[in-house]
Write a protein that binds this ligand. Structure first.
Ligand SMILES: [Zn+2]
Ligand SMILES: [Zn+2]
Ligand SMILES: [Zn+2]
Length: 390
């Protein structure tokens, strides 16, 4: 039995590494005699990369490998399942849920919800698996800013650290963020390429003259069919250029008039949260996207720097979802980001199909989630008042 098969073929771009032989996978044997094979990104692509010469615009550097996680403990699922009870939706609860749903909608009348006859309740409990992977990725890019200070932290002060060696404060787990840092010792000063070191350039509005044609008389000094001289330009035909306020030149926006630019390598760190979600199949007509967001009863939560696939959950599709989710996140992030934390949860989502009779017709609506949200397609008492029906 091999519960975990993160093989190199299933995770493109990753290759196994071991301390002894970089071509062999690292294998741990757990208490349940299950071999664990961990895969890490190829290290060659970033290792030995000199600080500055290796950088280029938008460069991606692979993170250093992480230490292996703790071995997986065998779990006793029956105790999880025994201690989790999803409350049963009674007829009263089903009606209350519908009433509060119609009251929240301006186009729904509440009389039908109060009067309809509930004939049958068909409860089901669905299982939702979620995997969240919080990862950090780092890229470097050349950038510049106006040179205002006289100190330049250039290569003469030392070698720049490698991207993944730069220590930064990590935001709280699962909180996305993007931050930018100046890589130490990467700066150099250059003449501004936009103004060629002049700090300003000729105004395009007046071509440097500081005066532009009068907008009132269009330079004719007097307005059409009027004998008097133009009042706006006092008969000169010209007005102070509004683009440059009459200066004839504009301060260079690139160097802000400083004439020089400080070029440096910028480290851009992105903390991202990837989500994998799976809800067990059901035969009812309730949209999957509602169930994916429904409030559930937490059955199991596992959080660590790296979680292990669930292999023996009584519902096989949940175990498979866990394995698929972890493999998908490894494949998507493995070679370009460092996983900082993972969290996987299993939740129970109650879903009740409510069969009802109203004015000679039978129909259904659904009550889902622990907070009793309602999904109804053909509510009998609906009006249109011009609002958008949600
Ligand atoms: Zn004028
Ligand atoms: Zn101008
Ligand atoms: Zn400039």
């Amino acid at each position: 039995m091999l519960p975990l098969c993160l093989t190199p073929t299933s995770i493109p771009g990753l290759s196994p590494v071991s301390p002894q032989n970089p071509l062999l996978p690292q294998v741990w044997w757990t208490s349940a005699s299950r071999p664990r094979v961990l895969w890490r990104p190829q290290l060659n692509s970033w290792r030995g990369c000199p600080a500055v010469t290796g950088f280029f615009k938008g460069a991606i550097f692979f993170p250093p490998s992480e230490a292996p996680g703790r071995p997986q403990e065998p779990r006793c699922w029956s105790s999880f399942l025994e201690h989790s009870r999803v409350p049963v939706v009674t007829e009263e609860v089903a009606r209350e849920a519908l009433l509060s749903f119609v009251n929240s909608k301006c186009c729904y009348g509440s009389a039908a919800a109060g009067d309809l006859i509930i004939q049958e309740l068909k409860p089901q409990t669905l299982c939702r698996y979620r995997l969240e992977t919080f990862s950090e990725s780092r890229i470097s890019e050349w950038t510049f800013q106006p040179f205002t200070s006289h100190s330049v932290d250039g290569p003469h002060r030392g070698t720049s650290p490698r991207l993944w060696d730069i220590k930064v404060q990590v935001p709280p787990m699962f909180q996305e963020d993007t931050r930018k840092f100046q890589v130490p010792h990467s700066s150099l000063v250059k003449q501004c390429h936009k103004c060629h070191g002049r700090g300003c350039y000729k105004c395009s509005g007046c071509h440097g003259a500081g005066l532009a044609r009068c907008p009132s008389c269009s330079g004719a000094k007097r307005r059409a069919r009027q004998p008097r001289r133009c009042q706006l330009c006092s008969g000169s035909g010209r007005r102070r250029c509004s683009t440059c306020s009459g200066r004839g030149s504009k301060t260079c926006a690139t160097c802000k008039g400083e004439k020089k630019l400080l070029h440096f390598i910028q480290l851009v760190i992105m903390w991202k949260n990837s989500l994998f979600e799976f809800v067990t199949e059901h035969q009812l007509d309730c949209p999957a996207e509602l169930l994916a967001k429904a409030k559930g009863e937490n059955l199991f939560k596992d959080e660590n720097t790296m979680v292990y696939p669930i292999v023996d959950f009584p519902l096989r599709e949940i175990s498979l979802a866990s394995q698929r989710g972890i493999a998908e996140h490894s494949a998507a992030l493995g070679s370009r980001a460092r996983v900082l934390q993972q969290r996987q949860t299993i939740e129970l989502i109650p879903l009740t199909e409510v069969h009802y009779w109203y004015q000679g017709k039978t129909s259904v609506y659904y009550v889902y989630g622990t907070d009793h949200k309602v999904y109804v397609v053909d509510y009998p008492e609906r009006y249109c008042c011009g609002c958008t029906i949600i």
